[in-house]
Design a protein around this ligand. Structure first.
Ligand SMILES: [Zn+2]
Ligand SMILES: [Zn+2]
Length: 136
């Protein structure tokens, strides 16, 4: 697993590695073909956005993954750091207390929004057969 390019998410403003990435390879398959549109999604707020080579924030720091011990290079100030060893999104080591709070809110909100969407989909599936819910 290789870490994708870090970019600043235009939606939540955090520097993050892509949660997922849609791109083409150069003809020699050695790298990303920047002449084609490259789209990534943010691991924090899950917004999808296009990036270009100029949007990349180069890694200039490294942290050690608490899970597998692999060194994970990242740009200073990144909110999330993708471990190239185990693929975990680690919490960036350089965030201030207020940034950590902001990140928790951003990720919490998207989590809640996702749960609400699932619940809404369930509610639309009427009619319900008897029995008052066990919840899940
Ligand atoms: Zn984001
Ligand atoms: Zn790891």
């Amino acid at each position: 697993m290789t870490a994708g390019p870090y970019t600043r998410c235009p939606d939540c403003g955090f520097i993050v590695p892509p949660e997922s990435m849609d791109f083409g390879l150069t003809p020699d398959r050695a790298g990303i073909d920047w002449s084609r549109p490259v789209r990534v999604t943010c691991p924090c707020c899950h917004a999808g956005y296009p990036i270009s080579a100029g949007d990349m924030v180069p890694p200039d720091a490294e942290m050690t993954c608490h899970h597998c011990g692999t060194g994970a290079p990242h740009p200073a100030g990144a909110a999330r750091v993708l471990c190239p060893g185990c693929g975990l999104f680690l919490l960036g080591p350089d965030l201030s207390t207020s940034q950590r709070g902001e990140l928790r809110i951003t990720e919490g909100m998207t989590g809640l929004a996702a749960r609400a969407a699932v619940q809404a989909a369930k509610d639309r599936r009427a009619p319900r057969r008897g029995g008052t819910g066990t919840g899940q």
